[in-house]
Design a protein around this ligand. Sequence first.
Ligand SMILES: *Cc1c(COP(=O)(O)O)cnc(C)c1O
Length: 364
Amino acid sequence: MTTETSRPTLTVNLAAIGRNLDHLQNQAGGTDIAPVVKANAYGLGDHRVAEHLVTHHGVRTLFVATVEEAVGIALLLPHAPPLYVLNGYTASQQGVFGRHDIRPVLNSTAQATAWTKDGGGPCAIALDVGMNRLGLGIEETLCLLNQGILGKDDVNLVVMHLSHASAPAASENKAQVEKFDTIEQALRPLLPNARFSLSASGGMMMPHDAKETLVRPGIALWGGAPDGVPGHGLETVATLTAPVVMTRQVTAGETVSYNGRWQAERPSTIAVLSIGYADGYHRALSNKGEVFLGGTRCPIVGAVTMDLTMVDVTDAPKPVAEGDHAEIFGPHINIDCLADEAGTIAYELLTSVGQRVKRVYEVE
Ligand SMILES: *Cc1c(COP(=O)(O)O)cnc(C)c1O
């Protein structure tokens, strides 16, 4: 048992990430899997997660969002595979890209032009299929390739991204998969050796027959459901716990926390947990969420504060004492369900886990 009682702990089960990867690989058949470890591997710690994926699972491609994230991983991971930067390229960054095997995903004519002007080299291109976020149009792409503004030999990966993959039944998915096919057919003759990638976690769990050769899961590897519905044969990876700082008794009629948003209807035992919204425990969970403590689910009472959250442990079958650990999310409190309570998604709960939360890694 940990002696640390003052701050929350995020336990990351690296072995479970590996089993989720194996599960996804079984579903994906021969298609290559390139994990997305942006945003510090969704808050789990990109260095440890990337190291595990590369060393123990032979992962050969990784995606991040920014070049700074890529450099951070490359510096700590001498055998890092090619790191693709989803946000692309800005003029004069070539020194940073060139020092390691970091490759941009070029998203616009401006990015492609700057990349070639600064010397070019292996890169990916992104094409938009309906998200209207990043990505080139097909005419624009053909122009860049045919006019030599973008070297055909430089482009070894073509990335597209579904806008409605969290809603598998949405009609947009079919249209966007068709768009992927059209683009793949148009670009294949120009880029005979390029890999084509459409699916993130959501796309991987949705039946479709796009001819992709690389998939880019993030959330599913960390045990989260892209559609917010728990299951999909994925294992829990991340467990967030918070220690009990103290317990107190309140009498009927007393209120708890700022502005008295909860009032005791009976004499109650309250546990004060060392976790708050500064640790990523959303304030929207005030009077709403539950933790697992004392052998049962205990409701949050009153407002979640910056550093502390109070829960009602009156009905807990096991007595709760200072130093006990409440599960915030993990095997008992499903992260997708908690996210739903907070009016958000597991992605946001994971990436909001704060700086002062201790990270611990399990390898079995
Ligand atoms: C974040 C991201 C992914 C990973 O998405 P998940 O839903 O977490 O699997 C894949 N591709 C792109 C372009 C992304 O931005």
